[in-house]
Design a protein around this ligand. Structure first.
Ligand code: NAD
Length: 424
């Protein structure tokens, strides 16, 4: 079958290219027709808006904002809004497609989308951020909707911005619509359990993979790169289940203790130290590169993309990689890891606990009801475990890595749904 290859956008670390190279392999396994292939790789809607905002000094600045809906085949589209200087339409397009596969792999009834504004939130006051967020929401009035497209936080945005989005959308509708946005503060209808949801899903994926690899979590060791929301929760929950966390890291450096780092102490230290691990006394400093190459059973990259590359993949000693971050492994590194027999639970599966609990937030808002944290955790654990088992079985059936199997599961679901729904 002749696939039309996408043109490279940048040389290195291009998320669209990296996504498409895996997509292409999975599509070939499935024998996807060229027509359906072309439908699935193309975003269904791309919106670009100009947002004039009055800055605190009285000047007016025009920002560019995007919302890309990759697919609404499975249901309303879902995906975060990123505020960052590097935001550009190609990156947003790739991230939107990623959301489609992530929702499909955990079998939640959402399509994929992503939004962004090119701006530097660190240099903007709260007032400027609020005016920009409200301007963006108003400009997206015909795009967002509880049954159409549901934004969430991403880099540079959080519960505060989601509250403004919910309020602005509700004003335009003349009634409170809290289900239009997820990741809201709990008091506004955010879900209990959302904060730890992604790290918890990483832990569930790691436990499920260890079982298949016959690694006893009580004798296992692990290293976690990135100690933010995802990494610190993953480390804490793995430690609670008996796995020794030998090393953690953040932007300030990496910290190693052969007896195991006390994660509660590290979290406490980070809190009292302005969010940084710098100077953490419970471990010795090692280089940031070294943490990826430690002789541990489980490696959790939970910081940034493209940290496992063709340059360092050959030196990785872990038996299992569980991707808390989005896109931490380059597509060229995949082949090297496969060759060495190292398993990777891919990002679109391992970190899907977050979008799963976002889905629960939407469900609770629509029910007008609040679940307990226990119920949220139990249901998200079940979804993550079921998704892992489905991906594992698929990897055996097609004799592929877990990563390609996850893409096969996702593409199969979206393409079958598309074929049933039909085109014109
Ligand atoms: P965060 O901002 O809370 O934490 C990021 C952490 O990574 C910080 O500790 C930071 O110091 C560290 N870091 C940054 N650059 C680093 C580097 N070069 N080396 C080592 N550490 C570095 O972010 P987060 O929400 O935990 O997200 C982490 C990753 O997980 C991102 O790729 C994100 O897209 C992905 N993710 C997050 C969620 C979620 O629910 N938060 C869901 C899915 C995927």
């Amino acid at each position: 079958m002749a696939y039309i290859e996408p043109a490279p956008i940048k040389d290195k670390g291009n998320p669209f290219e990296s996504m498409m190279s895996r997509f292409n392999i999975a599509a070939q396994h499935l024998g996807l027709s060229e027509q359906v292939y072309n439908v699935l790789k193309t975003p269904s809607k791309q919106v670009i808006v100009s947002l004039p905002v009055t800055m605190d000094n009285g000047s007016i600045r025009v920002f560019e904002g995007y919302r890309i809906i990759h697919s609404n085949i499975l249901g309303p589209s879902k995906g975060g809004v990123r505020f960052d200087l590097d935001v550009n339409i190609d990156e947003v397009k790739a991230l939107a497609a990623w959301m489609t596969w992530k929702c499909a792999v955990v079998d939640i009834p959402f399509g994929g989308a992503k939004g962004g504004i090119t701006c530097n939130p660190r240099e903007m006051s709260a007032g400027e951020m609020e005016r920009l967020t409200r301007a963006y929401t108003l400009a997206m009035n015909g795009v967002f909707g509880e049954d159409r497209d549901i934004p969430a936080p991403d880099m540079g945005t959080g519960p505060r911005e989601m509250a403004w989005m919910m309020d602005q959308y509700s004003r335009a509708q003349g009634t409170t619509v809290n289900s239009v946005v997820t990741g809201k503060p709990v008091v506004l209808g955010g879900s209990l359990g959302r904060e730890e949801a992604t790290g918890r899903g990483v832990m569930i994926s790691a436990m499920a993979a260890m079982e298949k690899l016959q690694i006893n979590p009580f004798n296992a060791t692990c290293a976690v790169q990135g100690f933010g929301n995802v990494g610190s929760w993953a480390a804490r929950l793995l430690q609670e289940r008996g796995t020794k966390v030998l090393a953690i890291s953040d932007i300030s450096g990496a910290y190693y203790n052969e007896e195991g780092v006390d994660i509660s102490k590290a979290i406490e230290f980070r809190k009292e130290n302005g969010g940084s691990l710098e100077g953490f006394p419970g471990a010795e400093s090692i280089s940031s590169e070294e943490i990826l190459l430690l002789d541990v059973d489980v490696l959790v990259p939970a910081a940034v993309e493209d940290v496992i590359t063709e340059d360092n993949a050959k030196d990785i000693k872990a038996k299992l990689i569980v991707e808390g971050a989005n896109g931490p492994t380059s597509s060229k590194a995949d082949a090297i890891l496969n060759e060495k027999g190292i398993w990777s639970v891919p990002d679109i599966l391992a970190n899907a606990g977050g979008v799963t609990v976002s889905y629960f937030e939407w469900v609770q808002n629509r029910l007008g009801y609040k679940w307990t944290k226990d119920r949220v955790n139990r249901r998200s654990d079940r979804i993550m475990k079921t998704a892992f088992d489905r991906v594992y079985k698929t990897s055996q059936k097609y004799n592929t890595s877990l990563r390609i199997a996850a893409y096969i599961v996702a593409i199969d679901k979206v393409s079958k749904t598309y074929e049933y729904r039909g085109g014109y």
